[in-house]
Design a protein around this ligand. Structure first.
Ligand code: ZN
Length: 414
């Protein structure tokens, strides 16, 4: 109740939108700010846990509040197919349906639909696809996607875009980018039109973000940033990264793209990242992140620490009477030993998934907060160097396998 009161007070003071509060002075492009939404304030840089099916896997809303999550994601494609956006709207919208009173973001479903390579067909207006659940046919257009996202009622909603494969050529990306830009303008028109038609959408003040595409072609990224900036949207995402390109390519795209986006608007890097990605991409001007990594790793028994990932099933932890990480303030580390977590995981007990997920999600959410605090204190460069010196990055092959699994899971059930 206290949270609701606080959010109401804040939302009457600020209309939805971003305030850039400061920039790193030690030579990076990092910055910090606050994003005001109808359901409260998000302090950036921020890591957003992913709740594909209107639930962050294995975690209840109370777990997410306790570990300090400010904003979470849900996936329009999945909720559109099941239970349907009309069902969610009839039950009061996504916030009420899933009992989450803080900010929410929904994607447009474009990423999922375009991942269904053999199940979708482009048309002049949008894309026809068959459901991975039952094969039924559906059409996503800018209008149907805006309607679906308004019915869900998230605070931040995304335009329909085409996320191209990492190996697609320049000519294909030129054509895809034309669609993405046309759809962004059509989404903005549909967003305004639908909100004028009725005033009882679940969310009183949603914000529409556009998505910059262009694969690893810097000329196309520049063209995309300019085309979307011209629409004067309240925020911009950078999509089509972490889909198979190298980290170096991702960093180059970010370095070239973020300076072309309006400094006064938040920048959201979709589907990224790992702990090291947070540092590297914040240093290149990114404010918001989402990734299934912490929850997926947790379910696979990989726990995040300042030194790197540890495999909880290893017999080396069978008698370890200490937390995952000394000093970690999460519920799991405050209460349970590595030995107990090792036992739960080996016994395939359901509690293993919850306790592992609490720690991993806390790790990412808290790391973004730590980076924000360091930026404000003028110590970002120091923290970045110290963290990256200690943190052992998971090997490339493991990372590539995870990315492939992320894309494959969309076609199963995520
Ligand atoms: Zn912990």
């Amino acid at each position: 109740m206290a949270v609701v009161t606080q959010h109401s007070a804040l939302s009457t003071q600020h209309s939805p939108g971003f305030t850039l509060q400061g920039c790193d002075t030690s030579g990076s492009m990092a910055r910090w700010g606050t994003l005001h939404t109808a359901h409260g304030v998000v302090e950036t840089p921020v890591f957003m846990p992913v709740g594909t099916q209107a639930t962050v896997k294995a975690l209840a809303p109370d777990d997410l509040r306790d570990l300090g999550a400010q904003i979470i994601l849900a996936n329009t494609y999945h909720l559109y197919l099941r239970p349907s956006v009309e069902t969610v709207a009839a039950l009061g919208g996504l916030h009420r349906f899933m009992r989450w009173d803080r900010p929410l973001l929904t994607d447009s479903g474009g990423f999922q639909v375009f991942s269904l390579a053999d199940r979708r067909k482009l048309t002049a207006d949008g894309v026809i696809f068959s459901s991975h659940l039952d094969g039924s046919r559906h059409t996503f257009t800018p209008h149907t996607v805006m309607r679906a996202e308004l019915l869900l009622g998230a605070d931040i909603i995304m335009t329909l875009d085409e996320c191209t494969p990492a190996d697609s050529d320049h000519a294909y990306n030129v054509a895809a980018l034309g669609r993405t830009h046309r759809w962004a303008a059509q989404c903005l028109a549909a967003f305004s039109e639908l909100r004028q038609q009725r005033n009882d959408w679940p969310n009183p003040a949603p914000m529409l973000f556009g998505i910059v595409q262009g694969a690893t072609f810097l000329d196309l990224r520049a063209e995309s940033a300019a085309a979307l900036a011209a629409l004067d949207l309240p925020g911009y995402a950078i999509g089509g990264l972490s889909v198979g390109e190298s980290k170096e390519q991702m960093h180059t795209v970010l370095e070239q793209t973020t300076p072309l986006l309006p400094a006064s608007k938040p920048r959201y890097l979709m589907g990224v990242g790992s702990p090291e990605d947070l540092f590297e991409c914040i240093a290149r001007g990114v404010d918001m992140f989402d990734c299934v990594l912490p929850t997926r790793l947790a379910r696979n028994g990989a726990l995040l620490t300042r030194q790197g990932r540890i495999p909880i099933k290893s017999t080396r932890y069978a008698l370890a009477d200490r937390p995952i990480e000394e000093g970690c303030a999460c519920y799991t580390c405050r209460n349970f030993s590595l030995a107990y977590l090792n036992h739960l995981y080996r016994a395939e007990e359901l509690l293993a998934y919850r306790l592992n997920s609490i720690h991993n999600v806390y790790f990412m959410v808290n790391l973004a907060k730590e980076i924000r605090a360091a930026l404000i204190a003028g110590e970002f460069a120091t923290l970045r160097a110290a963290f990256l010196a200690d943190y052992k990055v998971a090997d490339r092959a493991a990372d590539a396998a995870q990315r492939a699994a992320r894309i494959a899971s969309i076609q199963r059930k995520a």
